[in-house]
Design a protein around this ligand. Structure first.
Ligand code: SAH
Length: 351
């Protein structure tokens, strides 16, 4: 079977259907469909039967089985999704009249960050572009009209830079016209710091990059994120410096998960500011979402606020991302199916 319809670019569709107008009509139709349409129909408005029939025979729709939906009191909705070869999770987060969809790029993860629940799953497989795009299609189809999907973040399961061909394709599909046509800056791909992938992503995509830094010394980062031994903090900052020189208007997001007594000191805050003195970075501080067995703890609220104040006072853009969806284990690093994770208590159901 050829690639599923949700993974095709408008150029590819135009070539296969023999006309750009048909490709555009098809995309408009596709994105107006309910997520659970199982098969392609016999006819699609605006696409001649003659070209549609052979196309529909070779390209299917992407099967995503919704295993569960869990809604937390703050409106965050977590989906457990069956894909061929495993299960992943996607989360829709409503805020300020729009929704952000957090997507997974792999079943499990190729990296082994000490603090992240996804590593408990190991690595099973990387998702195809259509499986990534299908997560957005589903969340978009179910979004309330007053909270349309405007942002997509690759912050679910998986390391996007270890599945970069499919991630780049998914970004292209999500940002292309006529629909869903998200702004490239509104699609953010988050990496644990895989240098070759970061370089390629920055060169080939206009989407935003988020770097999960999480430490200000290599000694601490080696412990938290073992692949820091291959790509250390200096090499990550080099990539951001090169990017800032080439694309001065492009913002980079820096994620910094705070762990008590590990990376939350005043000296850490000062080093963090120094790293980004001449770089267009926005720092997001994420209080650690604990899960059992890591030996890591969340700093007290006063320490988090003091760290934040110290960074901001030195002129650095910085926000604390207080967790959302904690009740349903949908917050960062908790995207692991409750029944698979040791020590996880089953999340309450949506109803
Ligand atoms: N592999 C990618 C994307 C997935 S993780 C990456 O590392 O960026 C998305 C974000 O969640 C990252 O910033 C990561 O540092 C953060 N994260 C992971 N586990 C967490 C936890 N237990 N508590 C808080 N944030 C966590």
């Amino acid at each position: 079977m050829a690639r599923g319809l949700l993974g095709l670019t408008v150029d590819e569709l135009s070539a296969e259907l023999g006309s750009r107008t048909r490709a555009i009509e098809l995309l408009k139709w596709l994105w107006a469909q309910p997520w659970d349409r199982a098969e392609l129909p016999d006819t699609v408005p605006g696409v001649s039967h003659r070209v549609w029939r052979p196309f529909a025979r070779t390209h299917g729709l992407t099967p995503l089985a919704v295993r569960s939906r869990q809604q937390s009191p703050d409106g965050t909705l977590k989906y457990a999704l069956g894909v061929a070869g495993g299960e992943v999770e996607a989360v829709r987060i409503p805020a300020k009249g729009r929704s952000t969809v957090c997507v997974s790029s792999q079943v499990g993860c190729t990296r082994r960050c000490a603090f992240c629940a996804t590593k408990e799953l190991g690595y099973a497989k990387s998702l195809t572009a259509e499986q990534i795009v299908a997560q957005v299609h589903l969340a978009r189809a179910e979004s309330p009209a007053d909270f349309p999907v405007r942002n997509v973040v690759f912050m679910g399961m998986g390391e996007p830079m270890d599945n970069l061909d499919e991630v780049l394709r998914a970004v292209q599909v999500l940002t292309q016209g006529p629909t869903p046509q998200l702004r490239a800056e509104s699609v953010t791909v988050s990496t644990s710091g895989v240098v070759p992938g970061m370089r390629r992503f920055l060169a080939e995509s206009k989407a935003s990059l988020a770097l999960s830094l999480n430490a200000t010394t290599d000694e601490v980062r080696d412990r938290l994120m073992p692949h820091n031994r291959t790509w250390n903090i200096g090499s990550l900052l080099d990539v951001l410096r090169e990017a800032a020189a080439r694309w001065p208007r492009r913002d980079t997001f820096v994620e910094y998960v705070l762990f008590e007594g590990v990376n939350d000191t005043d000296a850490d805050a000062d080093r963090l500011v120094t790293f980004f003195k001449d770089l267009p970075a926005r720092i997001n501080l994420i209080p650690y979402n604990p899960y059992p067995g890591t030996g890591l703890r969340t700093p007290p609220t006063e320490r988090i606020n003091a760290f934040h104040d110290r960074v901001v006072r030195q002129g650095q853009l910085c926000l604390v991302r207080w967790p959302r969806g904690r009740e349903i284990a949908a917050a960062c690093g908790q995207l692991v199916l409750a029944q698979n994770a040791q020590g996880f208590s089953p999340a309450p159901s949506a109803t």
